[in-house]
Design a protein around this ligand. Sequence first.
Ligand code: ADP
Ligand code: MG
Length: 401
Amino acid sequence: MPEETDVLDLGERHWLQILADHDGGTAEPMVLGPAGDRRRARPGDGAAEALIATLAGVDGAVSRGRFTLRSWTKRTAVGERPVGVDQTNESVIVGDAAVVKWSRRLHPGPHPAPRRIAVLRARGFAGMPQPWGQLTWRAPDGCETLVASVDEYLPGAADGWTWAVDAFTAAARARGREPAVSAATDVGHLVAELHAALADTASTASAADARRWRADARAAVEAACAVGDSAGAALLRDRRHDVETAVDGLGELAGTPVIEGHGDLHVGQILRSAGGFHVTDFDGNPVLPAEQRMAPIPAAADVAGMVQSLAHVAVVAARHADLDPAAVAAVDSAVRAAFLGAYTSRLAGLGRAALYVPEALYPFRVQQVLREILYAAQYLPRWMYVPDAALPALLAERTPA
Ligand code: ADP
Ligand code: MG
């Protein structure tokens, strides 16, 4: 496929440059330097401020060539600094008021975030950082892909791999489960409200959907069994039949409800700040191909992502040498029970109990652990201790004592 370039002006000194290729391509914010040099803009160069100012001049949505700008505020902000954590994309905090997230790598195919955010906004969902605006680009394949998004900045926000590990550790040390349990309760309510707000997107899983979920999980079993050098993978080879039986449950979900859910829900997507808990990052699961990132999912898939990530928080917390493993395990089960209890009761209170199919929880949790094994093997070997510890615990939940 031929390469294509495109440019969006962002005022006098800034512009956005697209270089599309067969694999999606890149989008780079650019700046004209004082010596007339043209280079990629870094936080502090004003490109994020320029994007916010451009969006503030837009009423609703406008198209400029292949770009679409959507704006929900007239606010502007100045003063840029980098977010400065591990990130897939580049986020810039502007004036302690907004966060601009540049999608540096353009993913081929359609992008799930614009529609999910539109639905949540239309429903008045308050559990996410309020969106200020969005910039998308129509790729040569005709699909709209997300180039940048601007959200309200939550001062002092910590993501769940920080706040939840701290809360588990404190609870295990104090042998008191508050406030970890109360945090999990709040997050359960938040996820129920998210799913209720996305209920307008509900449809019914087809037999082909169910077959695909089962086949994908079976393929993950196969691939994870082939990982050497992991206690989890070794256990998987031993218990392969049990694991396959568990994930085969996904093949029975035809006829159950699906929604355009979060798609990549885990504790790291839950920000905690003085204003409480907010869910972020509607980009979908980065390891899935575009059409699957867009596809509706059972609500239980999101719930499983969150529940299993809480179990993984316990594994991370248990590395603190002074913690009694039994105390950590007690916090872990209390926290997961609190999350699930709060989720199901709030969902029912919102009249949406039917969205959640409890039988789907366990197979999706197993699939999540398989994905962690594969992710660690491919990208992050130092993470392998987490699925290595999580898989035996998960299998023990289903094994009669
Ligand atoms: P990525 O796709 O790079 O993971 P995220 O949207 O998950 O991007 O954000 C990465 C990090 O940036 C978060 O973990 C959080 O620390 C910070 N962050 C994101 N959005 C906000 C926000 N609205 N307010 C404050 N911090 C934020
Ligand atoms: Mg993220």
